[in-house]
Ligand binder design. Sequence first.
Ligand code: ATP
Ligand code: MG
Length: 255
Amino acid sequence: MHSVRIAIANQKGGVGKTTTAINLAAGLAQRGKRVLLVDLDPQANCTISFVDRQSIELSVYDLLTESAVEFRDVVMKTSQENLDLLPARISLAKLEGKLIGDFEGPYKLKDRLHPASSDYDAIVIDTPPTLGMITVNALVASTHLIIPIEAAYFALEGTQDLRETVKGIKARLNPQLDLLGVLVTKHDRRTLLSRGVYEEIYKGFGEKVFETTISKSVRLEESPAYRESIFTFAPASSGAIEYAKLCDEVMRRAY
Ligand code: ATP
Ligand code: MG
């Protein structure tokens, strides 16, 4: 079986990137895939959803900036079977400045993940709400991209810039990169607004929009605080059912 590397990106903040990264990684691990979750966001939300901040010795920043640090020095096991984590710390914010003028800058993550790629069936990469060098690194290291879009006013705002960035990366740095799908998040079926927004997103992305949409759910908001994925925190909730459906769709599209 081949290995896939999926970046979750949208430079708009708060659209559900981290929630999607966590639950996609956990869901694929539950399905028996060996999964690595890479936290590339200095906010470190993925990281603290799985491990104690104090238990982190080295982070992905050290891996990307110190050649003496190796993948196995940084990777952490999580409490979930089949799921490993490359943790982030706030120091990752310094990476942008550090990579300026480095001609290997966009390839750092790809290079440093390479020795480990064959140990995993899926690598899921969470990114910050910017289109800077950190997100470029994620897109260069990935085979696929998922764009979460919040079902709200101005949903498509910024997606044109993201598409241009992806196009540029495909043309110059990573021809392999493929848009796996667009995920509508925080969907509220009861409102006309949400329905209108869904149609607008569909007009923009057509078949690329996942059939599964993620509803607004308090359970999804609460689960990271309990260090659990939605599947163990609230297995009967709409969020668990929908993220499980997303995992199935991702498996069909990516493998
Ligand atoms: P950032 O750009 O800051 O990294 P993000 O795109 O990673 O944000 P999340 O952190 O996943 O977005 O979600 C933003 C907030 O919305 C969080 O408080 C999260 O718990 C909440 N949230 C995410 N998905 C849902 C949902 N389907 N229903 C309700 N709340 C949600
Ligand atoms: Mg996030």
